[in-house]
Design a protein around this ligand. Structure first.
Ligand SMILES: NC(=O)c1ccc[n+]([C@@H]2O[C@H](COP(=O)([O-])OP(=O)(O)OC[C@H]3O[C@@H](n4cnc5c(N)ncnc54)[C@H](O)[C@@H]3O)[C@@H](O)[C@H]2O)c1
Length: 328
């Protein structure tokens, strides 16, 4: 069995690889070529946490995977990841374990890549400005995916915690220097989304994190953070303005996310307003953006196929590079 650390993974698996892997994963889910039972979630209210178990099996790849990912939103203030995880990659011909890899890193990369895939497929060709709300553990890969998907001049970043916002912007200006994009920390959510063509929200918020009436025409909005009914980042005021709403998996989103479940229950939208899975756009079975004025929403709660396809690709690249530690 191969053990792969964060360093091993980031050395061999870059964001463009992650975006391709996630597009493949979404297409496999939509065409029924990956078995992804809804994840099992056990709440730990005493610690304001949750344990999530996410299995997947792809017959075509002869691979299965299981990710154990836990959500402890208080961790960020203790210097620990809020979404700690491990991914187990399993040989589908024998059932033997092939690898254990740092799932916190896999999650960051494949979750960023979900926004990257959505922007790649759904955003206007010409975008100038981006907005990122939330500068915690998932934020760096979200921002990297955004600037991989479209050539941007500026991305404004905002978080409730100003010191985190400022430090994040400083670090990302260095890390993303190659892309020639300015990362600007701002003090309000309004300033953040002003004139933005691409918007990402990646927070554990239970109230909308931006004003939907201020989103400009033609914007593509990726909402990443809300994975339970009581959680909400998306301002319902944006829903009637949006011409299309896509999900990583409609089934998964409608079993978990307050972003769409709350507005459905309040009658702000109906099930027919949800356009469908991004995978079907990738497969050419469903229309994507039809003009540069449409506001498009992408809602992602994460599906296990993302972990499976990303882990499969990481394993392949790591083997080729001789990365990781053999443990027999
Ligand atoms: N969709 C997926 O596949 C996926 C995968 C992993 C994590 N997540 C979710 O994404 C969210 C963020 O994860 P993380 O690991 O980055 O969390 P984190 O705790 O590391 O960071 C969250 C950040 O959001 C900020 N924040 C909270 N409320 C805010 C608000 N109203 N406005 C602006 N900023 C606010 C916090 O100050 C913090 O900096 C969590 O809800 C997590 O469960 C989703």
């Amino acid at each position: 069995m191969l053990l792969l650390s964060r360093d091993d993974i980031v050395r061999v698996f870059k964001m463009p690889d992650a975006i391709e892997a996630v597009k493949t994963a979404f297409a496999m889910v939509s065409s029924g070529r990956c078995e992804v039972p809804l994840r099992t979630m056990i709440q730990a209210p005493k610690r304001n946490g949750a344990f999530l178990f996410m299995p997947a099996y792809a017959e075509d790849l002869d691979l299965a995977s299981l990710k154990c990912i836990n959500q402890f939103p208080g961790n960020i203030d203790k210097g620990l990841p809020s979404s700690p995880a491990q991914v187990l990659l399993i040989d589908g011909t024998s059932g033997l374990m092939k690898a254990i890899m740092d799932g916190t890193t896999v999650t960051q990369l494949r979750t960023g890549a979900a926004s990257g895939a959505a922007f790649d497929v759904l955003a206007k060709k010409n975008c100038r400005r981006g907005a990122l709300i939330g500068t915690g553990g998932q934020a760096a890969s979200q921002l990297t995916a955004m600037v991989c998907a479209r050539k941007l001049e500026e991305v404004r970043v905002y978080d409730l915690n100003w010191e985190r916002t400022r430090a994040f912007a400083e670090r990302m200006n260095d890390e993303l220097d190659y892309y020639g994009v300015r990362i600007v920390p701002v003090r309000t959510s309004d300033e953040c989304i002003e004139d933005a063509d691409l918007i990402i929200t990646v927070t554990p918020s239970t109230v909308p994190v931006f004003d939907g009436t201020k989103v400009k025409k033609g914007a593509t909005v990726s909402c990443v953070g809300a994975y339970q009914y009581h959680m909400q980042e998306l301002d319902p005021a944006l829903l009637p303005r949006a011409s299309k709403i896509y999900c990583d998996s409609v089934e998964a989103v409608l079993s978990e996310s307050g972003d769409l479940l709350q507005p459905l229950d309040k009658g702000i939208i109906t099930r027919d307003d949800i356009t469908g899975d991004l995978g079907n756009v990738i497969l050419g079975k469903l229309a994507g953006r039809e003009n540069d004025d449409e506001i498009i929403i992408f809602e992602t709660v994460g599906v296990a196929a993302q972990d499976l396809v990303a882990a499969a690709r990481i394993y392949e690249l790591a083997e080729k590079a001789g990365a990781g530690l053999r443990w027999e």
